[in-house]
Design a protein around this ligand. Structure first.
Ligand code: SF4
Length: 372
């Protein structure tokens, strides 16, 4: 399964050939686009069960045009969606939900996508900037409350989410999942990006090198300041998919009963700068039930390096972690691909958040795909 995000992949002069090649290899392809060029370029593609367009829409007309700072974009995107569907293509939309977007407006947007006949993937946007602990936790809590409000408004409606039920349950604060940063490896013109497409902590030339030299245990909410607010699908949908496989009855229960929107939330993940003993206990307890093991476990970082990561600026952290990783021994790599079989190819260094929708589609359909 391959997601092609951007920038805008439709401006790539060989995008038709790239997609054709992937489809010929029976890879599921998510072509993420703002749809401004979609109608004009539809002839480059052929409808296929292996191909779908994932159109960026952050909300209804007023909200979306404001989000992209250009009037008329929403109308053009909707027109392109209708044209693509009329030609037999599968189309989904992907939305990034930011703080300040009213639950009622999000619900109306989801109603609109149902009328349009498209599936929806949603990801909460979050700030990368460092902030005090309480602010981090408050932001995650606000995200969960917002999604609870949205899902409460959706009771009885048939919104077509391209997510696993447990990921939606996680967004509503009912699951305490840890990030699975290797769940959706990203590649762009610089190489394989560490550790996920949201963070740029260096690149490797090969996938094997990515898996062997990335200190996966250092990433995720509660472990790294840049990850503090993250609830993005690229890291947490893989965890939810793995949890569904590990506990299908629980997944079935959520699917049948819907996402719980009342009652206590699951405890928030603590940060690593709590006492090392409780940190270690919490980590081992949680890892056993909420996050799959990485394909290759690496030795833990020396304490000095770990504390340097928490204290340093983002740039310093990146440099130190890369140089530190190079100096440490490596273990044998046992698996040749992501356990979830999804790769995001980035056409540029632009926003690539749409890529996770493939993962969710995979989870929803129970498809079995190989990485490109
Ligand atoms: S928590 Fe988010 S930003 Fe951090 S590694 Fe996971 S997906 Fe990437």
């Amino acid at each position: 399964m391959v997601a092609i995000p951007g920038g805008e992949p439709l401006i790539h002069k060989e995008i038709g050939e790239i997609v054709r090649g992937l489809v010929a290899r029976k890879k599921f392809v998510s072509l993420c686009t703002n749809a401004l060029l979609l109608e004009k370029k539809l002839d480059l593609f052929e409808p296929s069960p292996y191909l779908f367009f994932s159109v960026h829409l952050d909300g209804l007309k007023e909200h979306h045009d404001k989000a992209v700072s250009q009037k008329g974009v929403f109308d053009r995107a909707v027109s392109a969606i209708k044209a693509a569907k009329a030609r037999g293509f599968t189309v989904n939309v992907n939305a990034t939900i930011f703080d300040g977007h009213a639950a009622e407006d999000i619900a109306k947007f989801l109603d609109f996508t149902t009328e349009l006949g498209v599936g929806v993937s949603m990801s909460p946007g979050y700030a990368y900037e460092r902030a005090p602990d309480q602010e981090h936790f408050l932001n995650r809590t606000k995200t969960k409350r917002l999604f609870r409000d949205v899902f409460a408004l959706g009771k009885g409606k048939k919104w077509n989410f391209m997510h696993s039920g447990l990921f939606l349950d996680f967004l509503a604060g009912n699951q305490d999942y840890e990030c699975t940063p290797w769940g959706m490896p990203a590649r762009n013109i610089f190489g394989w990006q560490k550790p996920c497409y949201l963070l740029g902590e260096g690149y490797t030339k090969t996938f094997k090198e990515l898996m062997e030299t990335t200190d996966w245990d250092s990433y995720g909410t509660g472990k790294y300041e840049k990850c503090a607010n993250c609830m993005a699908h690229c890291g947490y949908e893989p965890t939810a998919a793995d949890a569904a496989l590990a506990n299908p009855l629980k997944a079935m229960w959520v699917a049948l009963r819907g996402v719980r929107v009342k009652g206590p939330m699951a405890p928030e993940i603590g940060r690593r700068n709590i006492s090392s003993r409780s940190r270690s206990r919490r980590s081992s307890q949680r890892s056993a039930v909420t996050r799959p093991s990485p394909p290759s476990r690496r030795p833990r970082q020396p304490r000095r390096l770990r504390s340097a990561r928490l204290k340093s600026s983002p740039v310093e952290t990146s440099e130190r972690s890369v140089s530190g990783l190079r100096a440490r021994p490596r273990r044998t790599f046992r698996r040749s691909m992501s356990p979830f079989g999804l790769i995001a190819i980035r056409a540029s260094a632009g926003n690539a958040r749409l890529a996770g929708s493939l993962m969710t589609r995979n989870a929803a359909n129970g498809s079995s795909n190989a990485a490109a």
